[in-house]
Design a protein around this ligand. Sequence first.
Ligand code: FAD
Length: 305
Amino acid sequence: MNQFRFSRRPDIGDKIRVSFEFFPPKSDEMEARLWDTVTRLEPLKPKFVSVTYGAGGSTRERTARTVKRILNETALTPAAHMTCVNAARHEVDEVIQEFAEMGVTRFVALRGDPAEGVGAAYRPHPDGYANGAELVGALKGVGDFDISVSAYPEKHPESPDFATDIDMLKRKVDNGATRAITQFFFDNDLYERYVERARRAGIYIPIVPGILPVHNFTQVANFSSRAGALVPAWLAERFDGLQKDPQTHALVASAVAAEQVLDLVERGVGDFHFYTMNRADLVFAICHMIGIRSHEAEAAGSAAA
Ligand code: FAD
């Protein structure tokens, strides 16, 4: 063990920025859980927190309500996800306007999955924005927003090859994207290779790794191939036999996520986006390990000393 590793420096937290992703709740119970999570993570002072948007506008109102509550009741900066699948341009423009009037200055601009489900052939709305890049252009036409877009370290399942995938990312950057957030991945080499490919293609915006804590391995494994993310055999092996042992599953999930994040820190990564799944504990613990502390925790620590 080497005490001089980058991730063990006492000032590591000053060099790292985090953002958290939430999804809009469907029920009162889920709403209560989300707000417990927001309350727990808020003191970590993330750069922003983002709220997802159902493809085809299925969560339009819930996303807007959640973003509004974050704006009104917290000191956090929300980023509204937007998709353009199955919507005419004027409908998408209306949503942009609604968020802008609310005071939203950050967006995560996405095409969205086909209405028929992930894996079906994508057909743009005849009068709609065709992809994420066109949506970025529409947002930039309304205001000088901070716009994040998607990136796929293992390439998007619809991309025939990496060149096409990187070309789409380049088009998003050319239209005004400020940052890319990656699909979740478990093999850091794939992320590093993707970033190298992007840099070689002249893409210089931050490409922030999206970290997915594995709260439920079976669900993640089912979803991952459709999302364009590989579940490596070694990861499956770690969760093998834990379906009925939630406590051990949670401990293994913490260890896996911490290992991934600390390794990325060693590789020089300074920005992380966490797919929280509206749960705080695991993300809070990982942030703690990389020196991201809440003021409450610091105050308690110095009182104890
Ligand atoms: P795009 O980047 O527009 O396209 C995806 C790929 O398809 C491109 O890389 C490109 O290779 C290929 N492609 C597209 N158009 C063409 C073309 N004309 N010619 C050749 N190739 C083309 N989904 C939601 O519904 N709501 C969310 O809130 C949400 N948030 C997300 C957040 C992040 C960080 C990520 C990574 C994904 C998120 N998604 C969300 C999922 C996303 O909507 C899906 O992955 C969707 O299938 C692609 O959307 P995109 O914006 O990445 O598409």
